[in-house]
Design a protein around this ligand. Sequence first.
Ligand code: SAM
Length: 388
Amino acid sequence: MSERNIIAIVDQRSPATLRSPWPLPQIPASISAPSGLLSDGLGRPLRDLRISVTDRCNFRCSYCMPKEVFDKNHQFLPQTALLSFEEIVRLAGLFVAHGVHKVRLTGGEPLLRKHLERLIELLSAMRTPDGTPLDLTLTTNGSLLTRKAASLKAAGLNRVTVSLDAMNDAIFRRMNDVDFPVADVLAGIEAAVAAGLGPIKVNMVVKRGTNEQEIVPMARYFRDHYDGRVVLRFIEYMDVGATNGWRMDEVMPSAEVQRLIDAQFPLEPIDPTQVGETAERWRYRDGGGEVGFISSVTQAFCGDCNRARLSTEGQLYLCLFAQQGHDLRSLLRQPHPDGRPYTDDEIAAAIGLIWQQRNDRYSQLRASQPADSASPSGRRIEMSYIGG
Ligand code: SAM
């Protein structure tokens, strides 16, 4: 019997009704074309859009979609609630006009979305206002990568990030909670390298008491096998959502992870490649490649956050810890009070206004709370819904 401290899910999704229960985003009185120079109330630009393409996943990682909550009775979103590819592409185009140049597909498990390659083809044809193709990437649990790496690349995907929490097969099977073997994910990573979906990142969530013994074996494996072509990143276990029973004592601070690796394979810090980068970068002093640390709990990094998230059903979230989204889907599906559809300019203006009014810094505020408390109580969004 599991002893996990599970809290029932608070469902914030829309019922599958035609009329949305959420307020319609405001359309500004005066509409001007996006300049690509949008900035929020704290001066942060909009550069990075994460799009969740499904709320379903074939894994049941206890820290993300615990089996006890996401069981056979769990109601996933109906097909009609999901944004269609045409709707995603329309919105993505408006975000790109506002300055987005990086798009990450996520979920749920994005590779479960049927015909995803078609969406990738459409997104990869898109250009920023200065004519540059998007940096188009995808986060996956790797389970379907051996089958899909070549077709994803052919469709125009640039890179992938693969989530993998252990090298040890028994620990990995326990963590994904569907008995999925680690060898199949490793084969998926190999297939992605062979298909040219690099530089590949591998993300390991470290949960104290569960997989910290895997830190050094993971570092060793990717050093030995990939000679710098795969960047391993360690993620602090975050208090996202309300179902994983998060506890501060299960968070292993990045500083501790870094010391463990450094003792085996000496490290030195390197500069970030771009503003707003989530990971702090370090490299092996012997030239064996680099590793990253994503310290969203112990070193919150809201100051240069340039990311927006589009949920599977078209809600725009400005933060993983946001308690409410902005209902862009209704602007796509509901008529304007005049009876006509909303125009691109109107929807772009609504997005612009939402971003300009943004002044959140949830992670930093969280950091000032008592160490054993999760983020402010109330409505908290599940990672599988909003996309990681
Ligand atoms: N299914 C895909 C995957 O496994 O990468 C994409 C979605 S998943 C929600 C995205 C990432 O979020 C994964 O790397 C996962 O490990 C991470 N994640 C989920 N819950 C987390 C938590 N509570 N703390 C830290 N990372 C988490």
